[in-house]
Structures are given as structure tokens and as C-alpha cells.
Write a protein that binds this ligand. Structure first.
Ligand SMILES: [Zn+2]
Length: 96
């Protein structure tokens, strides 16, 4: 090292390609590719729901989603929903 401070260029990250919106615009269910504005098989707009804050309901929802990852010991790492986590209406009985 020569001790001279390295000049860092301050560059703001560029969005490459089409801007897809923030995470909350996507369904968190594995294998589901619905996003805000998607239509279901009936041609109806898919609605998005937030995970309930009520612990009982929240638990139920998470069981239904069955989203989880397996670690190197074969244990399931539970899926922890974030504030932006959304589920689309296709995963609800009778949902559109
Ligand atoms: Zn979905």
C-alpha cells in the first residue's frame, strides 16, 4: 500500500431493464409468479393481501403457504414474512 487514499467514484445504482416495482408487488408463494396487475384464468385482476398481524391468523397463513428453506442439516428454516410480503388471491379458496 502506498498510503494514498483511493478515490472512490460515487455512483448511484442504475436500474437495468424494465423497472419491476418494489417487492410488495409480488406474491411470496413459491412457484407463483403473480404480480400486481396480473390476471387470473378468468381474466380478473389478482388481488394482493398482506400477512395478518394477528399471531393466530398469521400462523395459519404461513402453514398454508408452506414456504421454507432447508438448511444443510435438513432442517426447515421457517419463512419469516416481511412487512412487504404479499400473497395473491389465487391462494384463497374462492379467491379471484
Ligand atoms: Zn400467488
Amino acid at each position: 500500500m502506498d498510503g494514498s487514499p483511493t478515490k472512490k467514484k460515487q455512483r448511484s445504482p442504475r436500474i437495468v431493464g424494465k423497472y419491476k416495482g418494489y417487492k410488495g408487488d409480488y406474491c411470496c408463494v413459491p412457484g407463483c409468479s403473480n404480480s400486481r396487475g396480473s390476471c387470473n384464468r378468468l381474466g380478473l385482476k389478482v388481488a394482493f393481501y398482506q400477512i395478518p398481524s394477528n399471531p393466530e391468523r398469521r400462523k395459519l397463513w404461513l402453514q398454508r403457504i408452506r414456504r421454507g428453506e432447508v438448511d444443510e442439516h435438513g432442517r426447515i428454516i421457517p419463512f419469516i414474512p416481511k412487512s412487504h410480503t404479499r400473497i395473491c388471491s389465487q391462494h384463497f379458496i374462492g379467491g379471484t
